[in-house]
Design a protein around this ligand. Sequence first.
Ligand code: PLP
Length: 399
Amino acid sequence: SALFAAVEMAPRDPILGLNEAYNADTRSNKVNLGVGVFFDDDGKIPLLRAVQAAEKARLAAMPARGYQPIEGLAAYNQAVQKLLFGADSQLLAAGRVLTVEALGGTGALKVGADYLKRLLPGSKVYISDPSWENHRALFEAAGFPVETYPYYDAATRGVNFAALKAGLGELPAGAIIVLHACCHNPTGADLGVAQWRELVDICAARRLVPFLDMAYQGFADGVEADAVAPRLFADSGLSFFVSSSFSKSFSLYGERVGALSIVTAGKEEAARVLSQVKRVIRTNYSNPPTHGGAVVAAVLNDPALRQQWDEELAGMRERIRAMRSSLLAKLQERGVQQDFSFITQQRGMFSYTGLTAAQVERLKDEFGIYAVSTGRICLAALNTRNIDYVADAIATVVK
Ligand code: PLP
């Protein structure tokens, strides 16, 4: 039949395409700096000890696999709320927040986007320039026009806050703005606390609808410190959305553990909004899978496992920091004149290095080192064995 005869090949995902090219490369010293995954110093994806302990206990208990509620596991959703807003949050005490388990951070964004399309069908979505590439695709797929607000400043390798404020100051009431809560992907450039305060004021004054994407809580300064954005928004009295991902912070990528939290004006409103979000979930995948959320809940709700997770998370965070300072030092040792000190100021897994597309191409062709053509590298792919080779290569292509 001719059903699929006219179907065109979809464009390749640029980062997955990079992985394919890396996998096909036969050089033994090749390095993949393109991926967004945390590797340990042996280049492996860790299985955290806290996760192993929770999984062993779960396996021993051999729980039946009935359906979960549409919104997922209550113990998990409550634990997520405490991570975002703090254990003694007034917002939580007042019942203003509803949280649903979701399939990773992506699933949370998707459920949030679909619900927003029903709530505000005529709105536009604004994402940072640049942003995680899936933000645009996701909100467009939900039916929104997607535009950008100014964010990154290539000259300072930081945030152009004046331009950001001016850009948001022009948006119409009801515009949805997607904000990276911490560890901005792809640039690594975050707002400071005072800047977040100003931003919250602008959102309140312009009646914007903030959607915070929290994909790296704990990867910048720690779980509590990294929650500054949701907590400042919480204090403002505004209603807003937060997507959480535990892919990185629990190293549970494939288990698809995330959550969508929505802050409303009060308890009764929260119940109404939850009932609508459940309809979105019911018609997407009905209810979330059991394992990942149960494991994360077991860790977060057990004091000993929670402490172990905090320590392991600190270990991941510190390893990335160590790679940042080591890369900077090694570039300086190699006589690189260009100022790379921004590498140690940027936060999270990524750095916008300022390497040009041509320099990235040379890294690949001459050294088997793969980075995104925008110059984004993942610091968590560096380790004590490949960092000298990478520093040599970068020093060569920037000279
Ligand atoms: N949001 C941002 C900014 C991300 O970088 C990522 C993952 O790379 C996600 C969301 C999605 O996370 P998940 O893998 O849990 O769907």
